[in-house]
Design a protein around this ligand. Structure first.
Ligand SMILES: [Mg+2]
Length: 165
């Protein structure tokens, strides 16, 4: 069994351009504009190909793990179905913030004992402001954890280079 955990934003979807003009609005409108934004996100062709391929394989299980508001679960799920095809709803996990991904990785390590978990996640932010920052704590957790094989932003960008839609 091969276990994959794909991040969504800036890993399989080209999210940062849509964040540039994101306005601070009152929460209810914000939810509506965020839903609309999530549904319209363009995905990276090459990464989508890789994800679909892994889903098709018999001995693999693919999870999607994203730091998004829980109310965005449905639009996120719909966008994945539209871009990737059917996925088990249980395999889409949203966390409130990126640090909470560590907890999910620990749970998956428990669930899939003696299996390596492949994590494909840029773990970066602030692209929209021109200076990329990294979630160092989560990255170092992934790098140090012997049950995790971590694919970082460098690898992800190489896969996605020039191929946007
Ligand atoms: Mg990301």
């Amino acid at each position: 069994m091969n276990v994959y955990v794909f991040d969504i934003d800036n890993t399989i979807s080209n999210s940062f351009p849509s964040l540039i003009d994101r306005k601070k609005t009152i929460p209810i409108f914000r939810l509506i504009t965020e839903t609309y934004r999530v549904l319209r996100l363009p995905f990276f062709k090459n990464m989508v190909f890789i994800v679909k391929n892994r889903i098709k394989r018999k001995n693999s299980i693919v999870f999607f793990l994203s730091a998004r508001h829980p109310l965005l679960w449905l639009p996120t799920y719909l966008s994945l179905i539209y871009r990737i095809g059917f996925i088990n709803p249980r395999n889409l996990i949203l966390v409130r913030n990126t640090l909470k991904k560590i907890k999910v990785f620990e749970l998956l390590n428990d669930m899939f004992k003696n299996r390596k978990i492949r994590v494909i996640d840029d773990l970066s932010y602030n692209h929209e402001n021109g200076e990329i920052k990294y979630y160092e704590k989560v990255i170092s957790f992934c790098v140090k954890n012997k049950s995790i094989i971590y694919f970082d932003k460098k690898v992800i960008d190489k896969i996605n280079k020039d191929v946007k839609r």
